[in-house]
Design a protein around this ligand. Structure first.
Ligand code: MGD
Ligand code: MGD
Ligand code: SF4
Ligand code: MO
Length: 733
C-alpha cells in the first residue's frame, strides 16, 4: 500500500486555502488544512474539507454519457462520443455556420487556468459569438465599471485590508463567502484586526449578516445602493470634504460628477434607501475624514437594476475621498501574468465589440448576458443558437427564469456538457463528458494574485490521477476543435493573436506545433510582472521555481501603490469620473413604481455549507437537518399569516416557489432572503433528496429586466409576495 501526503490548494472559492491531500493507492482518502501554507496557515472551511466527498462521490460521472431517446443516459466510449459530436457539429456548421455554436462556462472554470485558456482559444479560433458565463450573474458590471473608469476592464481595485482605517463594505458577506474579488485566506482575522487597531468596518446590507454582526450594520433597502452612494458623494462635495489634490492629480470629469449628484440629498434618497439622512451624512463625513478608507462591494451590489452604476460609484467614492491607489485605500494589485496589458495591446477581447442578437447588449470580455441565452435558442432567424456546450456550469439553476431556459435547452439541435455530475442543466444534454476535479489537474491561480491584499501564488501538480475516464477540459475542447478543423492557439499568422501564439510553436517544449497549457502558463509567468525573464531577473517566477515552493509563496508584503499611470489607459492616465453612460444613468435614476400585489423584495444570500448549486451531494455538508428556507422578518411574516417553520409560497411577477419560512429579526422589514442553488433535479441523489426550490424561477429574463450596460441579471431586490401554504388536513381532523 502506498500512502502519500501531497500539498495542494483548494479551488472552490477565492482564498485558495492550502490543503494537504492524503492519497492511498491512487485514491484520495482525506483533505486537511495545510499548516505550512504561508497565508492560510492551517485554516480551511467545511467545504474544502468536504471536497473528499465530491472527489469520491459514487454519483460522479466518470465515463462519457449519451442520452437515449427514452431520456436515460447510456455509457459510450470517448471516441464514439467525440466522433458523433464532431459529425453533428460539422452538419450544423455546413447548414447554419459557426455562429450557430455556443458555449456557457460556469464559475468553477475560473479556477482552472487550462480550462479558461482553452475556452478563449476555441472562442477566438472558431469565431464563436454565442459565449455566455456565470459572469452576468456575478461580476461583469465590475469589469464594465473598470472599463469606464480606467479604460481597463480587468483592473479591479481591492480593499487594502491590512492597512485600512475604515472599510465601507457594501453587499458582501465575507464571513460566509470567504471573500470575493478579494483573495485573502483568514479574512475574518484581517477584518477583525481593523477595529482592533482603532479603525471601523461598516457593512451595508439588507440583512444583518454574519459579517454585519461583528461590525457596524447599515440596513439598506435592496437595490438602494446607487442612491446611497450618490448621496454620500453629494454630502462630500456639498461640505467640501473631497480630496482636491487627489482629484487634481488623478481624475477627469470631477465637476460633471459633482453636478450629477446635486439632486441626491440624503433626504431625497431616504425613501429608496430606507436610511436616516443624518446617518448618511455622518457616514459621508467619517469616510472622508478617515486617515485611510477602502470602499468595497460584492454580489449584493452586482445583481440589482443599476449594477454598473453602483460599481462605478464605489470606486468614484474612493477616489473623491483621496483613497484610490493609496495605502489603506482601494488599490490595484499586480497581475501574475500580464493579461490586461496583453489584451490592451492585442485588443482580443473587450467591451461592446459586438452586440447580442437578442436585446442588443454589448459583449463583456467576449460574453453576452446569460439571461438572453434561452431567447437566443428559442428565437428563429439567422444567428440562432443551435448547438450549446456547457462546461463547469449549471445555468438551469443559476440564471434567471430557469423554466424558460429548460424549455430552450430541450430544443437545441445539440447540447454537450463537460461536468462532474448530471446536474439540473445537463440532464437535458445529448452528451455529458466527464471532467477531472481540481485534484486531478495541475493549476496556477492566474486571475487571483492581483486581487490579493497580500500577493501570493502557488503551483500544484495533480494530486491523483483522473478517476474513471475523466479528462481535463482543455483536452476535451482540443479534441472537439480538431474534429471541426479548428486548432485553438494555432491561429493563422494574419490574426494578431496568431502572430503571438504561433511564435510559441518554435519554443522548446511546444511539442508538434501544439503548445500545452503548462507550457503557455510557464511562458506567461516568466514574462509576467513577477517573472524571471528567462534568467534576466534572478529570483523571478517560473513554474520550476514555484515547484520548489509546494506550499505556496508570498510575493510581497502588500500591494504596491502609486501605480495609476500603469493601470489607467485613458488620456493622461486620468480616471474618468463622468463618462456619458454613467451620467445618463444618474440622470434617469428612478425607482420602479411599487406594485401592491408584490409588497416585499427578495434578495440572495450564501450559506457556509453550500457552494452555489454543486455541493449539496456531500454527506459531510448535508449532515443535520438542512432545509432550504426563506429568511423573513417576523412582522412581514405576520402580515402574510406565516409562522416560523411553516411552508410558504413566494410569488413574483415571473414565477412561484415553495420554501420553509425562517423568521428572523436579522432581516430588515420588507426584505426576504433566499439562497440560490437548491431544488435539484439531477443525477446526484442526496442533492435531489435535499428538497428546496429554485429561487431563479422567480427571476425575469425580459430584456427590460436585464441591466443595460453590463447585461447583469436582476436577482436582488425583485418584488414578491408571501402566502401561507395550506397544509392538507389529516384524515379525522
Ligand atoms: N438568485 C441567484 N442566482 C445566482 C447567484 C445569486 O447570488 N443569486 N449567484 C450567481 C453567481 S455569483 C454564480 S458564480 C453563479 C454560479 O453559476 P454556475 O457556474 O452556472 O453554477 P454552479 O452552481 O457554480 O455549478 C457549477 C457546475 O460545475 C461543476 N464543476 C465543479 N467543478 C468542476 C470542474 O473542475 N470541472 C468541470 N467541468 N465542472 C465542474 C459542478 O458539478 C456544477 O455542475 O450562480 C449565480 N446565480
Ligand atoms: N459558502 C459559500 N461561499 C461562497 C459561495 C457559496 O455559494 N457559498 N459562492 C462563491 C461565489 S460564486 C461568489 S461570487 C462569492 C460572493 O461573495 P459575497 O458577495 O460576499 O457573498 P454573499 O454572501 O452572497 O453576500 C452578498 C450580500 O449582499 C447582500 N445583498 C443582497 N442584495 C443587496 C442589495 O441590494 N444591497 C446591498 N448593499 N446588499 C445586498 C446579501 O444580503 C448578502 O449578505 O461567494 C463565494 N463564496
Ligand atoms: S474558504 Fe473553504 S472553500 Fe474556500 S478556498 Fe478555503 S477551504 Fe476552499
Ligand atoms: Mo460567483
Amino acid at each position: 500500500m502506498s500512502i502519500r501526503e501531497v500539498p495542494t490548494y483548494c479551488r472552490i472559492c477565492e482564498p485558495l486555502c492550502g490543503l494537504i491531500a492524503t492519497v492511498e493507492d491512487g485514491k484520495l482518502v482525506r483533505l486537511r488544512a495545510d499548516k505550512a501554507h504561508p497565508l492560510s496557515q492551517g485554516t480551511a472551511c467545511p467545504k474544502g474539507i468536504a471536497f473528499t466527498d465530491i472527489q469520491n462521490d459514487p454519483d460522479r460521472v466518470l465515463h462519457p454519457l449519451r442520452r437515449r431517446p427514452d431520456g436515460e443516459f447510456e455509457r459510450v466510449s470517448w471516441d464514439t462520443a467525440l466522433d458523433e459530436i464532431g459529425a453533428r457539429l460539422r452538419t450544423l456548421i455546413r447548414e447554419h455556420g459557426r455562429e450557430s455554436l455556443g458555449w456557457y462556462f460556469g464559475n468553477p472554470a475560473t479556477f482552472s487556468y487550462s480550462h479558461t485558456l482553452w475556452i478563449v482559444g476555441f472562442q477566438l479560433a472558431a469565431g464563436l459569438r454565442h459565449v455566455y458565463s456565470a459572469g452576468s450573474q456575478d461580476i461583469n458590471n465590475r469589469f464594465v465599471a473598470s472599463h469606464l473608469l480606467y479604460g481597463s476592464l480587468t483592473s479591479v481595485p481591492v480593499p487594502d485590508l491590512d492597512r485600512t482605517d475604515f472599510l465601507l463594505m457594501i453587499g458582501a458577506n465575507p464571513l460566509v463567502s470567504h471573500g470575493s474579488a478579494v483573495s485573502a485566506p483568514r479574512i475574518r482575522e484581517k477584518l477583525t484586526a481593523i477595529p482592533k487597531r482603532g479603525g471601523r468596518v461598516v457593512v451595508v446590507d439588507p440583512r444583518r449578516t454574519e459579517t454585519a454582526r461583528l461590525f457596524e450594520h447599515v440596513g439598506i433597502r435592496p437595490d438602494g445602493d446607487a442612491w446611497l452612494l450618490a448621496s454620500l458623494l453629494h454630502v462630500i462635495f456639498a461640505e467640501g470634504l473631497e480630496d482636491r489634490s487627489a482629484l487634481r492629480r488623478q481624475a477627469a470629469g470631477v465637476s460633471e460628477l459633482r453636478r450629477a449628484v446635486v439632486r441626491f440629498t440624503p433626504e431625497a434618497t431616504a425613501a429608496v434607501t430606507g436610511l436616516d439622512p443624518d446617518r448618511v451624512r455622518a457616514l459621508a463625513r467619517d469616510l472622508a475624514r478617515a486617515d485611510s478608507a477602502a470602499v468595497y462591494g460584492r454580489t449584493g451590489t452586482c445583481l440589482g437594476r443599476h449594477a454598473t452604476l453602483v460599481a462605478f460609484l464605489i470606486d468614484a467614492l474612493a477616489l473623491v475621498t483621496g483613497n484610490l491607489d493609496r495605502p489603506g485605500g482601494s488599490v490595484f494589485g499586480k497581475e501574475l501574468v500580464a493579461v490586461s496589458k496583453l489584451n490592451a495591446r492585442l485588443g482580443l477581447i473587450g467591451y461592446g465589440k459586438t452586440r447580442s442578437r437578442i436585446g442588443d447588449f454589448p459583449d463583456v470580455l467576449g460574453t453576452f448576458p446569460a439571461a438572453v441565452m434561452a431567447k437566443e435558442i428559442l428565437t428563429p432567424g439567422p444567428g440562432r443558437l443551435r448547438a450549446l456546450f456547457t462546461s463547469a456550469g449549471n445555468p438551469a439553476s443559476s440564471v434567471p427564469n430557469t423554466r424558460e431556459l429548460s424549455t430552450a435547452l430541450s430544443q437545441l439541435d445539440l447540447f454537450v456538457s463537460i461536468d462532474l455530475y448530471v446536474n439540473d442543466t445537463n440532464r437535458l444534454a445529448d452528451y455529458i463528458l466527464p471532467a477531472t476535479t481540481f485534484l486531478e489537474r495541475d493549476d496556477l491561480p492566474l486571475p487571483f494574485t492581483a486581487l490579493a491584499p497580500t500577493p501570493y501564488t502557488q503551483y500544484t501538480e495533480r494530486v491523483v490521477e483522473p478517476y474513471g475516464e475523466a479528462r481535463e477540459e482543455w483536452q476535451i475542447i482540443d479534441a472537439i476543435a480538431t474534429r471541426i478543423g479548428i486548432q485553438p492557439f494555432v491561429l493563422g499568422p494574419a490574426r494578431p493573436a496568431g502572430r503571438v501564439l504561433s511564435g510559441l510553436r518554435r519554443l522548446p517544449g511546444g511539442s508538434a506545433a501544439r503548445p500545452t497549457p503548462t507550457l503557455l502558463a510557464d511562458l506567461a509567468l516568466r514574462t509576467g510582472p513577477y517573472g524571471d525573464w528567462f534568467g534576466l531577473r534572478p529570483g523571478g517566477l517560473s513554474l520550476r521555481m514555484l515547484r520548489r515552493h509546494p506550499h505556496g509563496i508570498v510575493l510581497a508584503d502588500a500591494i504596491a501603490t502609486g501605480v495609476r499611470r500603469e493601470v489607467v489607459q485613458h488620456k493622461g492616465n486620468r480616471v474618468q469620473l463622468a463618462p456619458e453612460e454613467i451620467l445618463a444613468e444618474l440622470r434617469t435614476l428612478s425607482s420602479p413604481p411599487s406594485d401592491p400585489s408584490y409588497p416585499l423584495r427578495v434578495i440572495g444570500m450564501r450559506e457556509l455549507k453550500s457552494h452555489n448549486s454543486w455541493m449539496h451531494n456531500s454527506e459531510l455538508l448535508m449532515r443535520g437537518a438542512r432545509d432550504h428556507t426563506a429568511r423573513i422578518h417576523p412582522k412581514d411574516a405576520a402580515a402574510s399569516g406565516i409562522s416560523d417553520g411553516d411552508r410558504c409560497r413566494v410569488t413574483s411577477p415571473n414565477g412561484s416557489i415553495e420554501v420553509t419560512a425562517h423568521l428572523t429579526e436579522d432581516m430588515t422589514e420588507g426584505t426576504v432572503a433566499i439562497p440560490h442553488g437548491w431544488g435539484h433535479r439531477g443525477g446526484w441523489q442526496r442533492a435531489n433528496a435535499a428538497g428546496g426550490a429554485n429561487v431563479n424561477d422567480l427571476m425575469s429574463t425580459a430584456t427590460t429586466d436585464v441591466e443595460r450596460l453590463a447585461g447583469m441579471s436582476n436577482l436582488n431586490g425583485v418584488p414578491i409576495r408571501l402566502d401561507p401554504v395550506a397544509v392538507a388536513a389529516a384524515p379525522g381532523d
